[in-house]
Design a protein around this ligand. Structure first.
Ligand SMILES: [Zn+2]
Length: 274
């Protein structure tokens, strides 16, 4: 429709109303807008006054400490949870590195009476550290009567997960004379204190608290010690008790029975000669 402006110009305006609308629709629309504005005002009124925000910021010290403590505990538990899962993901029997091809280890690999039972490489029982030149053989007793060579090998392997001690042995000889090798001869085991790096360790199982060995265990210990002495060109005097290294009562029977220890060394020497 045409409208005349204040400046007496004639302009065309467009009536945006729908053809069938009437003024009452516009009134309703205005009512709605008014109500909407009112609602918004009401919503603004319902906001807490500014000083309430200030109160939140000035939370009491004990409340902040409490919240921080809860957060810290949650983080700590999350860490422990994750750490535990990392441990559980280590399979002690998965992809265990074998001996590294040193001449003596190669020779052992050809023997049918030494059973490979290597530990997984880990900080607690098989660090993977190379030995120095081997200058002695250290004999130990397990100290846990009636346990088998396999059980003790698994104990050493599980230290990768339990992390409860640093302990292992190059060899373990069981109650039936079986010989397990846990750590290759060119890697250190954690058995003999400050002689770990230049000696090989042999742990002997025993049936009871006296620490005396079965005939089968004893015979295998003589055989293994003699074989190793021959390989490394050592004598019977290079065979040591853990007691001789650190003063520990190990192996108990050979500490309490010095004659039996001398007999053992003589038996090893005889086996080397034979
Ligand atoms: Zn010992």
């Amino acid at each position: 429709m045409l409208m005349e402006t204040e400046n007496h110009e004639t302009v065309e305006t467009v009536d945006c109303r729908a053809p069938d609308s009437d003024d009452s629709d516009w009134e309703k629309a205005w009512d709605f807008r008014a109500a909407d504005a009112e609602n918004r005002q009401t919503a603004e009124d319902s906001q807490p006054p500014e000083e309430d925000y200030i109160k939140v910021k000035k939370m009491p010290a004990w409340a902040r400490i409490a919240i921080a403590s809860v957060v810290a505990i949650v983080i700590l538990f999350a860490f422990i949870w994750e750490f535990g899962n990392i441990g559980a993901r280590i399979d002690p029997d998965a992809e265990i590195p074998q001996g590294s091809g040193s001449p003596v280890q190669d020779a052992i690999d050809d023997l049918d009476w030494i059973i490979p039972a290597y530990l997984p490489v880990n900080d607690y029982s098989r660090p993977g550290t190379k030995t120095d030149e081997i200058s002695g053989i250290v004999v130990h007793y397990i100290g846990n009567p009636g346990t088998t060579a396999s059980q003790n090998r698994n104990y050493f392997a599980n230290l990768a997960i339990t992390e409860e001690a640093y302990a292992s042995s190059n060899f373990i000889i069981g109650l039936d004379g079986e010989v397990l090798q846990c750590v290759p001869v060119d890697e250190i085991a954690y058995a003999s204190n400050d002689r770990n790096s230049d000696t090989l360790s042999i742990e002997l199982c025993h049936p009871d608290d006296t620490g005396e060995f079965t005939d089968e265990t004893y015979a295998s210990a003589v055989r293994l010690a003699a074989w190793l002495c021959s390989e490394y060109e050592l004598s019977g005097e290079d065979i040591l008790r853990h007691f001789d290294v650190s003063g520990k009562e190990c192996p108990r029977y050979f500490v309490q029975n010095g004659d039996a220890w001398e007999t053992f060394k003589a038996d090893v020497t005889s086996a080397m000669d034979g």
